[in-house]
Design a protein around this ligand. Structure first.
Ligand code: SF4
Length: 186
């Protein structure tokens, strides 16, 4: 028998997409982990402001494995920024963009894409400041972030990108202040 009222749906309808290693530092390259497991400061903000988290798969692990196996003398960026590496990032990006558009089409608000440190071959976020399109990612950005932004744009999903730069405490504090202001205003 119907109860005559809808059960309460408690979701906030707000979410962010976060790179894999923010929530699992084990994904990082050797020597690059900033924490034992999780960036707790980012996680705490999401909990405090009731913002759900979609995890973005690590493109370096997907393409090169956890050990980042590659030919001698080649950097991770050298191998990720190739047609095969870009194709791997495109597959991740299309899948993610479809998921995020689905959330958006069903009444959820995607507040931000949270990327990584400035030197990350996959997930660095560098904006084209001082140009006509300041939200657009510059060429020094990570390969995945650049391709993901293009895919989201094609799908009509307009969202800010920001690196959570945990390699430097002052930079991270700046990024956390930005994130908290975003959550507060959302
Ligand atoms: S490629 Fe991105 S998700 Fe993977 S370890 Fe680097 S910053 Fe993290």
């Amino acid at each position: 028998m119907a109860l005559g009222f809808a059960p309460r749906d408690g979701r906030s309808r707000r979410l962010v997409a976060v790179i894999e290693c923010s929530l699992n530092q084990n994904a990082r390259d050797a020597g690059a982990a900033s924490y034992p497991a999780v960036n707790k400061a980012v996680l705490r903000l999401c909990l405090r402001y009731d913002v759900g988290i979609v995890q973005i798969p690590c493109p370096e692990m997907r393409f090169l494995g956890l050990a980042r196996q590659r030919p001698p003398g080649k950097s991770i960026r050298d191998v990720l920024d190739t047609p095969a590496g870009c194709q791997c990032c495109l597959v991740i990006s299309r899948d993610l963009a479809n998921t995020l558009r689905d959330y958006q089409n069903n009444g959820c608000r995607l507040l931000a894409i949270l990327g990584g440190n400035p030197q990350s071959p996959g997930c660095a976020v560098h904006l084209q400041c001082g140009t006509a399109d300041p939200g657009r990612l510059a060429v020094e950005s990570g390969v995945l972030m650049r391709i993901l932004q293009e895919e989201l744009h094609k799908q009509g999903v307009d969202v800010p990108f920001r690196g959570m730069r945990d390699c430097h405490p002052e930079w991270l504090n700046e990024d956390l202040r930005w994130l908290e202001a975003l959550f507060r205003d959302a």
